[in-house]
Design a protein around this ligand. Structure first.
Ligand code: SUG
Length: 441
C-alpha cells in the first residue's frame, strides 16, 4: 500500500472574497487583488516537487464556475451574460460565491478511508457537504462526480454527501495513525459541535464550529470502519475562536507521527491517553511519536498565521519523513525553531523540511495540507485510478502551459462582473478536459 496525494488544481477564478467567517485569512484579505496564474503555478510547483521526492502525486480538477444554475435558481434571468451582470449589480457576494475557486482546497473535497481499515475491505469516499459556507456548499455534487471519474472500479465505494443539516468538512477533520500506510490504522474523527445534542458540548463563542458530530458518525459508519479502531474527538472551542476553523490548522498525522498543538482538542490530556490506548492495540510494538507543541513555544496565533500544522508530513522511505511547510513557517521565528528542534531531536522519523511558497492560497486560509487529498491505496487500487489524474512530468508541463494560456495574471473583485471572464473560463475548462482525458463536472 502507498499513499498518494491528489492536489487541487487552482481554478482560473481564484479570488479573495472574504466569504469564510471564522477563517481569519479569508476575512483579512477580502477584496485583495488575486493572481490566479501565480496561484495555480505555485500549487503545481508544490505537487511536482513532491512527485520528484518520490511520492505518488495526482491532481483533482477545478470545478466549472460560475454556477449559473445557482444564480438562475435564485431568480436571475436572461442570457448567461445578463445573469452575471444582474447578479453582480444586485448581490456581488452571490456572484463571487458562484465563481469561487474554493474547490482548490481538496482536503475538504471528501473523507477517504483506506480499504485496510474497512470491515468490507473497500476504499471509501464521502464528498464533504461543506454545508456551513454557502460558496463551499456548491461543491459536493461536482466533487463527487469527479472522484467517481478518477477512482474507478469495484474496489472504491463512493457515498453520497451527508445530509446538509449535519455539516461535514471532509478530510480536514480526519486523520489516521498507523505503523505504516499499509497496516491497520487508528482513525481519528474530529468534530466541532453537535446538531442534535446542542448544548451538550462546549461551543466556540465567536466563530462557527463547522464539523458536526453527527456527520463524523455517519461517515465512519457508512465507511464500515471498525469501531474499536475509531475515535471521535472534539476540537477545542477556544482554538476555533482563535481561527482554527478546521482541525488541520492545529494537527497533522502521518503513520506513527502525530504533530499537534497543545490547544488543539478539548480535554487534550484525556484524548492523548485514548489515542495511546488505541495505538497500543494496533501499533504492534512500534513507537508512536507525539509532538505536542506547547503554546509557550508556538502561541496559537503563530500557529494560525504560519500554518505550521497545515504542513504535510510525508513518508519518503520507511522511517524517513519530510515536513512540507509553507514559507510562512520559515519566516515565523518561533515556528522555524520548533521545526528545527523536531528534526534535530533525531529520535523520530521527521528528518527534513521543505518550504513552499503557496502564498496565493495561504491568503485565503489554505496551506500545503489544505491543497491535497491523501489516499492510501493498494497496488490494485492504484491501477484503477484514471491515468489522466496522475501528475507525470509531461502532464505537469501541459498543465503549466494551459495555465499560462488561459489564466489571468490578476483578478480584482470587480472583474467578476465582466461576462468576458465567463467565456474565458469555459474555454479553459474545455481545454483542460483534453489534458486530463475525462469529462469534468
Ligand atoms: O473553507 N477558504 C477556505 C479554506 C479551506 C482550507 N482548508 C483546510 N483547512 N483544509 C475555507 O474557509 C475563502 C474564500 C474566500 O474568502 O474567497 C475560503 O473558502
Amino acid at each position: 500500500m502507498r499513499e498518494a496525494n491528489f492536489d487541487g488544481l487552482v481554478g482560473p477564478t481564484h479570488h479573495y472574497a472574504g466569504l469564510s467567517f471564522g477563517n481569519v485569512a479569508s476575512t483579512r484579505n477580502a477584496k485583495l487583488v488575486s493572481h490566479p496564474k501565480k496561484a495555480a503555478l505555485q500549487g503545481l510547483a508544490k505537487a511536482g516537487r513532491l512527485r520528484d521526492l518520490g511520492l505518488l502525486q495526482g491532481v483533482l480538477p477545478p470545478l466549472r464556475r460560475p454556477r449559473l444554475d445557482t444564480l438562475r435558481a435564485l431568480g436571475f434571468t436572461g442570457t448567461d451574460a445578463s445573469v452575471i451582470e444582474r447578479a453582480f449589480r444586485a448581490v456581488p457576494q452571490l456572484l463571487s460565491a458562484a465563481y469561487s475557486a474554493s474547490s482548490m482546497w481538496v482536503a475538504n473535497a471528501a473523507t477517504f478511508t483506506p480499504s485496510r481499515d474497512a470491515t468490507d475491505g473497500k476504499a471509501h469516499f464521502t464528498p464533504a457537504n461543506l454545508a456551513s459556507k454557502f460558496h463551499r456548499s456548491l461543491e459536493p455534487k461536482q466533487t463527487g462526480a469527479n472522484l467517481r471519474a478518477i477512482f474507478r472500479g469495484a474496489s472504491f465505494v463512493h457515498h453520497e454527501p451527508i445530509l446538509p443539516q449535519f455539516g461535514d468538512e471532509g478530510a480536514a477533520n480526519h486523520s489516521r495513525l498507523a505503523p505504516a500506510h499499509g497496516e491497520p490504522g487508528l482513525e481519528l474523527f474530529t468534530f466541532g459541535g453537535s446538531v442534535l445534542q446542542d448544548g451538550a458540548f462546549p461551543k466556540p463563542k465567536k466563530f462557527p464550529a463547522r464539523q458536526s458530530l453527527e456527520a463524523s458518525h455517519a461517515v465512519l459508519t457508512t465507511h464500515a470502519l471498525d469501531p474499536s479502531r475509531t475515535l471521535v474527538i472534539q476540537q477545542n472551542p477556544d482554538a476555533i475562536d482563535a481561527g482554527v476553523f478546521h482541525n488541520d490548522v492545529v494537527a497533522v498525522a502521518n503513520e506513527n507521527v502525530w504533530l499537534l498543538h497543545e490547544k488543539a482538542y478539548l480535554d487534550q490530556a484525556t484524548i492523548l491517553a485514548r489515542v495511546r490506548t488505541g495505538w497500543a492495540a494496533i501499533g504492534g510494538g512500534a513507537p508512536l511519536h507525539v509532538f505536542e507543541i506547547a503554546d509557550a513555544d508556538v502561541p496559537l496565533e503563530d500557529a494560525v498565521k504560519s500554518y505550521l500544522f497545515n504542513s504535510q508530513l510525508v513518508t519518503l522511505s520507511p522511517g524517513r519523513m519530510a515536513i512540507i511547510a509553507p514559507e510562512e513557517c520559515r519566516e515565523t521565528e518561533a515556528v522555524k525553531a520548533a521545526i528545527d528542534a523536531m528534526i534535530a531531536s533525531g529520535n523520530s522519523p521527521l528528518r527534513e523540511v521543505h518550504y513552499f511558497d503557496v502564498r496565493e492560497s495561504m491568503q485565503n486560509g489554505g496551506g500545503p495540507a489544505c491543497l491535497r487529498l491523501r489516499v492510501a491505496l493498494t497496488e490494485g487500487e492504484i491501477a484503477d485510478v484514471h491515468p489522466g489524474a496522475w501528475l507525470t512530468p509531461e502532464r505537469q508541463l501541459a498543465l503549466e502551459t494551459w495555465v499560462g494560456n488561459h489564466y489571468r495574471d490578476r483578478l480584482a473583485f470587480d472583474d467578476l462582473g465582466d461576462p468576458k471572464l465567463y467565456l474565458e473560463v469555459q474555454t479553459a475548462m474545455d481545454a483542460l478536459e483534453g489534458i486530463l482525458g475525462f469529462a469534468l463536472a
